[in-house]
Every structure is written in C-alpha cells, then in structure tokens.
Design a protein around this ligand. Structure first.
Ligand code: AMP
Length: 292
C-alpha cells in the first residue's frame, strides 16, 4: 500500500460489513491493495435503482470472486441532450439494502467519475452503429468509455453484464477483445417480472395503463420464438407477425438479427436474437429474446 493511502477495512473477512466508497482515488487504492494480496475482484457496473435483474448479476459473480464490487453511477456521457439524465430514478437507500442482500463487499458510488480535463472516448465500430446506436448515436461511446474507466479503477478480473442490454453486452465484449483488456466478461440472462415485462429501472415511469400495454412487447417476442419453434424461418414474416402483436405508442424496431454480428438476417438458420424497442409515452422499453 502506498504510504499516503488511508488504511482500508477488510470488509469481506470475518465481517458482514459492506464498504461504501465515494471517490475514485479510494476505490483505486482499495482495489490495488486487494489485488496485491492475491484476491480476485468482480465488478457489476450499474446506474442504480437496483432490481432483481441487477441482483442476478451480483449473485452470479458472488461465488467466483473474493471481492465483489457494485458500481452505481448515472453516467452523463451515455445520455444525449433531452434524454432522462436528470429524471433517471435514484434510490440510494434501497440500493444499499439490495447490495447487502446480494453479498456485495464494496459499493462504489462516486460523485465524480472523470478527472479534470477528461478528454478520451472509447468508440466501438459497426456493432455499435445499428439499433440502439442508430437511435442514440453517442450512447455506446459513453457506455464503453465509462466501462473502460471502471475496469481501470476497480482492477476487476471479471465483470457481469445483462443480456437485457444485448447490444451493450456485444459492444463491451468487442471492446475487451480489441483493447486486450484483462477482464473476463460474463453475460447473464434477462430477468423478467411475473407478467413477462423485462425488469428495468425505467419501468417506474410507466402508468398502470401503459404497463398493461407494455406486456404485449414480451408476449410478441415469445410468440415469435414459438413461430420459429414451429418451423417458420422467413424473418420478414416473423417480424411482421410479432409487430402486429405489440400494443405501443411507437414500435421503434423489432428485428431478428445474427446473435454475434447483430446484422439483420433474412432467414433463421443460425443463433439469432430478436431485438425490440417500443415507446409508451416518453418511456422507451427494450426487450429481446433468443431465437433459433
Ligand atoms: P443499468 O443499471 O440499467 O445500467 O444496468 C446495469 C446492468 O444490469 C447492465 O449490465 C444491464 O444489462 C443489467 N440489467 C438491467 N436489467 C436487467 C434485467 N432485467 N435482467 C438482467 N440484467 C439486467
């Protein structure tokens, strides 16, 4: 440990304490110390307002690592002007309780993430351009930049991301491979509410009536899966049938894509994914299912 470093408590040995770290410097020192002791570090990056989807990521890493970190940071870089950065749901108290429940050792919740003069962006190419990238052109640059920085700050060996954000997971995997980052990326299944709606922090924006209609998004995707299981493989027909089942204010896209490249396909003959985004008022909901 550097001589100017403040001593850190060993929260994960003989204690149920969970540390809450609020500065990048403190997190870096803590992570360096734990790594130098030979301990393994796992990271679950989040924007808070935690729900069962986030918890499933933490639970999947918990048995694998000595030190489990959950980062909570609403990253301005991944929001464009006019998006919901200021309104994004925040629930510090609930988040702390949920992290404890999931066995997290360190909640890294910095007020400031970037250093003065920060001027570096991580840009992923083709994988980041379609779908979410088309609708939100600076989004993935913001995501890749903060995730790369979080990997640096936490010195994590492994990090978990949800298939809920299927394209994001692909973008992160690409970045890690291209930059030879020493982090293993674990993808975790999408967790749904009992009615099928994909869990999302943004679901709190929905009125009860919108929420009822929003169920049709997952129902349409499940129906598409059934159509494929019954032998239908013509993607234009599959997409049209599914789109007709969605009751929304705007169906932004519902597309069957190659699960690796995320390029559109004409027939389902290899592992594919159906990606969808529907609007309910000003709320944009993402969903996706495995196909084929
Ligand atoms: P967020 O806080 O929305 O940035 O999400 C943080 C992480 O949790 C991302 O890797 C998401 O993909 C993942 N996540 C969010 N919702 C779910 C869900 N319903 N099921 C699985 N993972 C999720």
């Amino acid at each position: 440990m550097r001589s100017d470093a403040r001593p850190v408590r060993v929260a994960w040995q003989n204690s149920t304490d969970m540390l809450i770290v609020r500065t990048v410097d403190e997190m870096t020192r803590l992570a360096q110390t734990r790594r130098s002791e030979g301990l393994t570090v796992g990271l679950v990056p989040t924007m808070g307002s935690l729900h069962r989807g986030h918890l499933s990521l933490m639970k999947s890493l918990r048995p694998e690592v000595d030190v489990l970190i959950c980062s909570i940071f609403v990253n301005p870089l991944q929001f464009a002007q006019g998006e919901d950065l200021d309104a994004y749901p925040r629930d510090a108290k609930g988040d702390t309780a949920r992290c404890k429940e999931a066995g997290v050792d360190v909640v890294f919740s910095p007020d400031a993430m970037y250093p003065d003069g920060h001027d570096t962006r991580v840009t992923v190419g083709a994988l980041a351009r379609r779908w979410e990238g088309a609708a939100r052109p600076t989004h993935f640059e913001g995501v890749a930049t903060v995730v790369a920085r979080l990997f640096g700050v936490t010195r994590c060996d492994v990090a978990a991301f949800g298939e809920k954000d299927f394209q994001q997971l692909a973008v992160i995997r690409r970045m890690v491979a291209d930059l030879a980052l020493p982090v293993r990326v674990v993808g975790c299944p999408l967790i749904r509410d009992d009615d099928g709606l994909a869990l999302s922090s943004r679901n709190v924006y929905l009125t009860p009536a919108q929420r009822t209609r929003a169920r049709t998004l997952s129902q349409a995707l499940f129906a598409l899966q059934r159509d494929v299981a019954e032998g239908l493989d013509d993607v234009s027909v599959l997409e049209r049938r599914a789109a007709e089942r969605v009751d929304s204010d705007q169906l932004e896209y519902l597309s069957v894509v190659d699960a690796d490249t995320l390029e559109p396909v004409e027939r389902v003959y290899r592992p594919c994914r159906a990606l969808a985004v529907a609007h309910y008022g000003s709320t944009r909901l993402l969903d996706n299912v495995e196909v084929g």
